[in-house]
Design a protein around this ligand. Sequence first.
Ligand SMILES: *[C@@H]1O[C@H](CO)[C@@H](O)[C@H](O)[C@H]1NC(C)=O
Ligand SMILES: *[C@@H]1O[C@H](CO)[C@@H](O)[C@H](O)[C@H]1NC(C)=O
Ligand SMILES: *[C@@H]1O[C@H](CO)[C@@H](O)[C@H](O)[C@H]1NC(C)=O
Length: 438
Amino acid sequence: MHMASSYHFSLLLFSLLFLSPCLAQTSFRPKALLLPVQKDPSTLQYITQLNQRTPLVPVHLTLDLGGQFLWVDCDQGYFSSTTYRPSRCGSASCSLPGSTFCTTERYSAARPGSNNNTCGLFPNNPVISTSTGGDLGSDVVSVQSTDGKNPGRVVSVPQLLFVCGPTFLLEGLASGVKGMAGLGRTKVSLPAQFSAAFSFPRKFAVCLSSSTRSNGVIFFGNGPYMLLPNIDASASLIYTPLIVNPVSTAGASFKGDASSDYFIGVKSIKIGGKTVPNINSSLLSIHQGNGGTKISTVNPYTVLETSIYKAVTEFFIKELSGVPRVAAVAPFGLCFNSKNIGPTRVGPAVPSIDLVLQSESVFWSIYGANSMVQVSDEVLCLGFVDGGLNPRTSIVIGGYQIEDNLLQFDLGASRLGFSASLLFRRTTCANFNFTSNA
Ligand SMILES: *[C@@H]1O[C@H](CO)[C@@H](O)[C@H](O)[C@H]1NC(C)=O
Ligand SMILES: *[C@@H]1O[C@H](CO)[C@@H](O)[C@H](O)[C@H]1NC(C)=O
Ligand SMILES: *[C@@H]1O[C@H](CO)[C@@H](O)[C@H](O)[C@H]1NC(C)=O
């Protein structure tokens, strides 16, 4: 009898604590979040979408892996959000990103992007290499959580910091896009703010689809990162250290800011298992902010400094001897008759291009699906472009080269985990199951 009543009592307590929908709503803490990513066929940009403001509005954004923060155009269509809060000069939200400039004279009516006594940052559009000043502020953002297999319940970040940019900064971005989603190495990038909001590990993973018709995905938080049919792309990653470039690579920044781009330490390049000769190794390391290798989702194809480009293309021609070359098709400089190149599971049968990392046994292999671009029925081009002499960064690994590879950025451990081509595992980045189970 006594047992029964205490059982009832604890059942009552249990239902009060856990079954009240209101309590459950506020106490739900996601382990991971996700964003869908679509490849825009005309600009080759990767587009994601966030729901922001009150009332919620879907905002399309170009993905900028190394971008410092989220910025959106506030000049058009951002007047009515009731939850927008400007970041007041001297507040904690201004010191978090290290903003040291403050706008104190504003004569237009207060609105997002134009408030007196508001601190600012420099939103950057790397597609047109343009930066400008913009107000820092915050607003509510809602995102889907995930268990790694499907999208789950929608969760909100009530005060996600972002920067208001002017309309002209949208130039060069895909049609319909209203800003850029920065995932870079800062305290106010989307991954940093999502991890802080929900206390999950400072990790995120990017899986870009090679198809413009089916979405890829970005996961924030730990794996599993499941792709159909039941493949955990977070299993068996290869790791390499992420390298900090101490000098900002953004168009404008505060003095002393490190780069928000993700750099890795490529030591040499192999093609078909043989080291490409005549690569000036000095270009592969970072000197006073110059040189080195970074990963970018804004460059559609990998960009190589001229002498590296020459060394790689000449060696590639040698390793692919017997296949007739055809006239180059811009932006590429090396194209072949595709009738002479057979297919494999990982794309056209060409020698793999290996980026050798911290040791000879750790390398990132780029197979045909990520190295060769079909520009017409009969023409396949090497998907690398000449970056000219003296570019800021010697090697910029572009979007095409990371499609259908999962890249996990572990900011706590400062390392990159990469899966190599998922085609080997008979899946792709378009295989996340977007059917919600919430
Ligand atoms: C803007 O704020 C500053 C500091 O609070 C104040 O001195 C100034 O008068 C304000 N300007 C306008 C136009 O309201
Ligand atoms: C290698 O690159 C560095 C940095 O750009 C340059 O100073 C040096 O002259 C180059 N060496 C050769 C042999 O080209
Ligand atoms: C996708 O997920 C939904 C919801 O969990 C499930 O019903 C469906 O079977 C999954 N699709 C496949 C192809 O596994």
